[in-house]
Design a protein around this ligand. Structure first.
Ligand code: FAD
Length: 623
């Protein structure tokens, strides 16, 4: 079964040839799982994604959500897809069996999630947000809250959201004004307005549970005074069924550039002073609680970037292989020469290889992070747990921001590959590009992710996470010292890795000297630098495996490197050989064309140029 959503061969390579996820069964948590089970799950996910969810993608974009008489409806086609998604138990694929989950490793959840996200991201947000909100209750809720809300949310019977943003509080969450007044018995009257709430209202489920950030009357200003409340759209009767309306009013839905099938709502809590919520966790710990959901959501946004770019790339390759335009370069002076598919033209190949390197680099990054989650949750060795959890912490801002920024650029390049047709709604790539753009904005804008990386993550755990990461890259380089075919590419990676380590030290020194504006003003160029080193490392790690396997196939078939005709035949007939050749080519390309940017970024940062602060506001433009 072939699909144009996710390169399943590449997914398998990540799971079994690079990461050896079968080895996870040495941990008691995953002892009962095997390759057969993993493959069966992924196979089912692919069927659901391709046959049921993908057909709703364009429908969602065209029909959008509707807001009539205060009620929000999603496109009709979403209902059947949601039913099948829930029936398949996909919401809790990687959750503990104790809460009704299937207990699969996170990497299997990510592998199926990539398929669903590529099939229709706007749709996938409904169960995704529901899962994130239920997870908060699993971690912080009382037994009663778990039975009242979590069970029904994990079962897909009720939906969930995350309610942070307000008109005056976007990036600056500490400025929220929503108020909670205690009314006794652990209950509060909630009043305030939240905006841009994804899946904030819809008709997929009979109830929606909103985790809402609010300030208890009299609590201090800023983030310290924020608590989190569970606020259902409909109250819950003693027998657990849906009761009266809880005064959670939808004011409007946004008309957006993309993810049009997902309702983005303004929610007014307590218009009639009759909205009741209950505290989740401790008073004043709202941000800490919500961060659990935000970290999951940030990895989810990375998956969004990967999924859109994966689908856009596969469509672009497919189109470029079919679209005839112009003659082959060898015949360019001959007007009678046969027309060739555009995939023959060097510039189109350049675009496709740039896209391939980034899509596969992002997949390697996100799958490796999921694998680190699995090790950190599976192992009982404290040092190992800390090390792998440290990688997740360090690289979450890179997954979120590089996944979304590069994901968008891959989609944009797909439009370019299609030429004029890419700019029309006749082909799907314009939707992938529009749907992808939001990923760099929500869940903390990418500028904020870069600040998080520089100001918090680099120095976290006394810098040990960063040092462990550099050590991990060094190990791969050391292991490939004698790798002739990839010698130059590894040398470039070695130099880029040294630059990354040096820049970590440079920022630490700036901090000691009180020159905070240097790391703060250069947070994004640094994130770019570190992301390029990270992707370069992962791509070369993969290429070293692929190259060895390719050489073995060539040897087996008796084909040498100077046997041009033999190689052409091999790549045409042998799927493994052509796959491995692609892996090596993508890594070499990335090393030659992208890794040199690491040095350029470092050079720019070290100049300590402060033009961005020196320019006066009025000098940006005379308006
Ligand atoms: C489709 C959609 C879905 C959304 N879903 C949800 C949801 O489910 N729940 C929810 O709570 N919110 C949601 N949001 C809100 C989203 O998280 C915010 O839009 C985002 O956090 C940015 O806030 P803002 O729009 O107010 O922009 P602002 O905070 O005004 O930021 C504007 C620009 O200024 C920059 N900036 C602001 N402050 C700083 C700073 N201190 N340092 C450096 N740069 C800064 C930002 O990076 C950005 O580039 C959604 C938004 C959209 C559009």
């Amino acid at each position: 079964m072939a699909n144009l959503l996710v390169d399943m061969r590449d997914q398998q390579f990540n799971l079994y040839e690079m990461l050896d996820i079968e080895g996870l069964s040495k941990y008691p948590k995953y002892a009962e799982y095997s390759k057969d089970l993993y493959d069966a799950v992924i196979n089912e996910a692919e069927k659901l994604a391709v046959n049921v969810i993908e057909p709703t993608n364009e429908i969602g974009d065209k029909e959008e959500c509707q807001f009539v008489d205060g009620k929000v409806t999603v496109p009709k086609a979403f209902h059947e897809a949601y039913k099948k998604y829930v029936e398949g138990g996909w919401i809790t694929i990687s959750d503990d069996p104790e809460v009704g989950g299937q207990g699969f490793p996170a990497i299997i959840g990510i592998s199926s999630g990539e398929l669903f996200s590529a099939a229709n991201f706007a749709f996938n947000m409904y169960p995704g947000l529901c899962h994130g909100a239920a997870k908060l209750i699993e971690i912080y809720g009382t037994e009663e809250q778990k039975r009242t809300y979590m069970d029904k949310m994990y079962a897909g019977q009720w939906g969930g959201t995350m309610c942070l943003t307000e008109p005056g509080a976007g990036t600056d969450v500490g400025a929220i004004r929503t108020i909670a007044k205690p009314i006794g018995d652990g209950k509060f009257k909630i009043s305030g307005t939240k905006i841009f709430i994804s899946a904030g209202d819809h008709d997929l489920t009979e109830n929606i549970v909103h985790p809402v950030l609010a300030r208890i009357e009299g609590a201090p200003v800023g983030t310290k005074g924020i608590s989190i409340f569970l606020v259902p759209k409909y109250r819950v009767k003693d027998d657990g069924s849906v009761g009266d309306f809880n005064d959670v009013n939808t004011g409007n839905i946004e008309h957006k550039m993309g993810i049009k099938g997902n309702s983005t709502c303004t929610l007014n809590f307590g218009d009639k002073d009759d909205c009741v919520g209950e505290l989740l966790g401790e008073e004043g710990k709202g941000m800490r609680v919500m961060f659990n959901m935000m970290n999951e959501a940030r990895l989810g946004v990375g998956v969004q970037g990967l999924a859109h770019s994966s689908a856009a790339y596969l469509h672009a390759v497919n189109y470029a292989s079919e679209r005839l335009q112009g003659a082959d370069l060898a015949n360019f002076r001959n007007p009678e020469a046969p027309k060739v598919p555009i995939i023959n033209h060097p510039d189109v190949r350049r675009m496709l290889l740039w896209m391939k390197a980034h899509v596969e680099g992002l997949r390697a990054l996100i799958y490796w992070i999921a694998y680190c989650v699995d090790i950190s949750e599976g192992t009982e060795d404290e040092a190992e747990k800390e090390k792998y959890h440290g990688f997740v912490e360090l690289l979450t801002p890179i997954c979120k921001s590089w996944g979304s920024d590069m994901g968008f650029r891959v989609c944009e390049t797909a439009v370019q590959v299609y030429g004029g047709y890419g700019y029309t709604s006749e082909y799907p790539v314009d939707q992938y590009m529009r749907d992808c753009k939001i990923a760099s904005i929500y869940e903390g804008t990418n500028g904020i992710q870069a600040l998080d990386l520089v100001a918090r993550k680099l120095g976290q755990n006394k810098g040990a996470n960063f040092i462990n990461f550099i050590t991990e890259i060094t190990k791969t380089i050391e292991g490939n010292k004698g790798n002739g075919a990839l010698k130059d590419a590894f040398a470039e990676l070695d130099s880029a890795k040294n630059t990354l380590a040096e820049m970590g030290g440079f920022f630490a020194q700036c901090g000691k000297e009180g020159k905070f504006l240097v790391p703060v003003g250069n947070a994004m160029p640094f994130l770019e630098l570190m992301s390029n080193v990270t992707l370069g490392w992962l791509l070369l790690w993969q290429a070293s495996i692929a190259n060895e396997k390719l050489e073995a196939i060539k040897k087996d078939k008796g084909i040498t490197d100077d046997d041009w005709a033999g190689l052409v035949e091999l790549y045409k007939d042998n799927k493994d050989a052509s796959y491995y050749q692609g892996k090596v080519a993508a890594a070499k390309y990335f090393s030659a064309y992208v890794l040199p940017h690491v040095e350029a970024n470092a050079k720019a940062i070290k100049k300590e140029d402060m033009s961005i602060m020196e320019i006066s506001e009025s000098a940006f433009a005379q308006i």
